[in-house]
Each structure stands twice: as structure tokens, then as C-alpha cells.
Design a protein around this ligand. Sequence first.
Ligand code: ADP
Length: 474
Amino acid sequence: MKDTMPPPVAPEAILGALSRIKDPDLGRDIVTLGFVKDLHITGDNVSFTLQLTTPACPVRDQMKEEAHRAVLALPGVHTVAVTMTAQVRATKSEQKDQLVPLVKNIVPVASGKGGVGKSTVSANLALALAQLGARVGLMDADVYGPSIPTLMGAGAPPTQQQGKILPAVRYGVKIVSMGFFVPKGEATIWRGPMLAKVVDQFLGGVEWGELDYLLVDLPPGTGDIQLTLCQKIPLTGAVIVSTPQDLAFQVAEKAILMFHKLRTPILGLVENMSGFECRHCGQREDIFDSGGARRYAMASNLPFLGAIPLATDIRTTSDAGCPIVQSRPEAPSARAFLRVAENLAAQVSILNMGGVATERPEPAEITQPSPSGVRILWKDGHDSVYTGYALRVGCRCAQCVDEMTGQQRLREASINREVSPLAIDPVGRYALRFQWSDGHSTGIYTFEHLRELCPCPSCAGKVQEESGNVAQYV
Ligand code: ADP
């Protein structure tokens, strides 16, 4: 009860409370990261803005809630208003600043060979980033077969203004493609100097305006053409697209090695055509195997951005000029693209903010020993085997736990003992998202939380010691 006027709270106390909240991608607290802006204290009313490094942050709402709760808990605070914004940080590069000063990040999408869905992934990622609130461009540099105009339904060649090319704009994404300049079917032999000129034209000669992310659909392969392009374009880091069976042939590795040679960081791997998703029942089947890219990424210490299923509607929507993220954003495959986009944006932020500062537990391998079981082998050698039920009832999402009080909302008795994960996707490099057989899919399980849920006797004992309670989920 507040029966006397509380003293106004000091800004230091507010920043102190907020400094206990960490950005899970960057592993540092939100005060040190400079996210807290416009702090105003009027009597016992507090307002501030949290400025994140990308609008595509999957835990944006969670961070808002945490900040709200932390400040509201301070003595002398009656109301708290938190505004969320984002400002994408730019890659520092002199070359980029000369050519395209207003473009913050240039991200090539590459593959070891053609036909793996690189252009499809580029287009859908561009649309997903735009949908999440970013300013996005898509440059189709695939000199062999520029398919972006068809995929994005952008047929008309771009116009010029004061000697500069104005990009076509489709579904909020700015597009420039080789396809706009080369007549259809005309065989083009591209040589180094000619390519270099085209790249200059595509970057400096285009009125891109302010962009957070410019995705570049590279030609498939790792030959001279790709090298010339990558040397000419000031890149933030690369996305590598692979199909599951490619990895067996180490084709994707060639692309990775090319970027290593160019000293361009790898932002992550995308596994495309990972498991077949039936359009009638939504059931998945691993025709070409799946999980190869995830295993490869973990073994090579590269970020895994996510898996995209082999789905008929991904192809048909692209053929119709309106990719699935735009035409059917609620479809499971569209949501898979959105998750990859969030993870990509997180990796760009990590790179531009100087890396992750954390000693959090990290999985080395995630497998399903049985349909309802999950096994995580951790990088420190620890082995955790969970039942689907234990993980399901351990969900801490807003539907399952009251965000304000931390009290469990989920009734454990309402959960089927046989509940099983249908899909397990990475969230940045700090968490997993489970899609459960009972339809629940909103929970993000941080690695720390998964480690806390480990039912092995030594972990369960620790939980018991810390909480004075018997571990619940053994
Ligand atoms: P690349 O750019 O690697 O040559 P494309 O993006 O042009 O490959 O894709 C090749 C073909 O595969 C296209 O017909 C495309 O619609 C289809 N495709 C790509 N990804 C998927 C997917 N996940 N599911 C179904 N079809 C796909």
C-alpha cells in the first residue's frame, strides 16, 4: 500500500535494475549496450525507450516485459511505459561508405552449386526482413540465370533519375537485377573487368537510399566470377544455402572456404529442402535426409540459421511472382523463413557489435532418440536426455507462465504424456524453439533454461540444492 508520497526514484536505480537484463544474442546487458534511451521520470511515472539493434528481434516482447517488470518492482515507481525501437548498426567499411554510404549491411547469399534454392531463399529472406520492419534491398547478381524479377513479379525495367538507376520496388523491397539489363535467353559471357563495372553500376549507380540490409543473390558456385563479385562488393558477411544431401558432397564447404579466403565472415548456414512437408496434412518426411547443415554448422562452429522444408507452395508461389512469405505468411514454410531472417539479423548485430560475450552452455548436437524424446549433447561434454513431456511443461512462454508474477499458468495435467516435438529450430545462438504435437509453438527455450531442465542426477541435485525443492521434471 502506498499511503505516503514515495520519493522520486533515481535514474541510477532504474539503470541498475535494467542492467540486470541481458540481450540474449549479444550476451551483454542492455544498459552497457546503450539500448536505454529517453529516460524520463515524472513523479512516480517512468518512461524510457529500448533501442534494439534490429527490428527482427525474436525476443523483443520478452525484453520489453522484463524491463517493465524490473522497473515497476522499484520502490517509488507507480507506472512504467516502455517504447521499443530498433536501429540497425552498420558494418564499417571505407569501400562501402564511398559506394553506398546509406546502405548499412551488404549480405551475399551464396551456394556451392545451382538449384539448391539460393534465389528462392534470397527473395523470401528479403521479404521476411522487410515484414519484420527493416529497410531492405535485393540485388540479383546471378549472371548465369537472374531469376529475381520472375520470383518477385518485377518485370518492368527500372527507371533512371539524374543519371542514377531507381530500383524497382516490390512488396516493400527495392530490387535491381541483371535480368533488367540482359535480354532473356541471351548468353552472356562475363569477364572480370566487365563484371567489376557492372558491380560498380549496381552499387554506386543505383539510388538505393537508406537500407538496413542489402541482400545479394550471387551466382552459384565458387569460380572467378563469384570471387570478382565478392572482392568488389564490400560485404558484411555471407549466408550459405545448402540442401541436406549437398553437405555429404562437401559442396557447400567450397563456398565457405571461398569466404574464408576473402576474409568475409560466415553469418550462417541455411538448410533448404530439408524434409518434405505435405501440403495436405503438414506432415514432414525426410526424403533427402535433414539436419546435415545443423550438424555441419555445429562441428565447424558456424551459426546455423535454420531449415526450410521442401514444400510445393514455396515453388508455386515463387513461380507466380509472389513468394510465400508475402503471399501466405501464415504457412509453416513462410514462418520458417521468418525465423531464418530473425537469426540472420541477430548474426549481423553480433558481428557489428563486436561479438558475443558469454559463457553460456552451448549444444554440440541435438537428436531425437525416440519420437517423444530429445537428447542434447553439450559442448562441455554433458549429455541431457529429456522426455517431450518434461520439456513441454517446462515452457516459459507468456501463455505458459505469467510474465508479471513468474507463476506457472500451464496446467501440467492438461498436457498429454506422449507430447512430442515436431520441429526443433535454433533461435540465434542462444535458444531453441520447439513446435509441439499439441500445436504449441510459442516457447523459446534458452540454452541456460534447457540446462536447468536437464533431468540427470547431478543437474537435478543442483536444482534441488538451489531451490530447496525436488526438481520437477525428472
Ligand atoms: P538456385 O538459385 O539455387 O539456382 P532456385 O531458387 O532458382 O535455386 O530454386 C530452384 C528450384 O527449386 C525453383 O523451381 C524453386 O521454386 C524450387 N525451390 C527452391 N526451394 C524450394 C523449397 N524449399 N521447396 C520447394 N521448392 C523449392
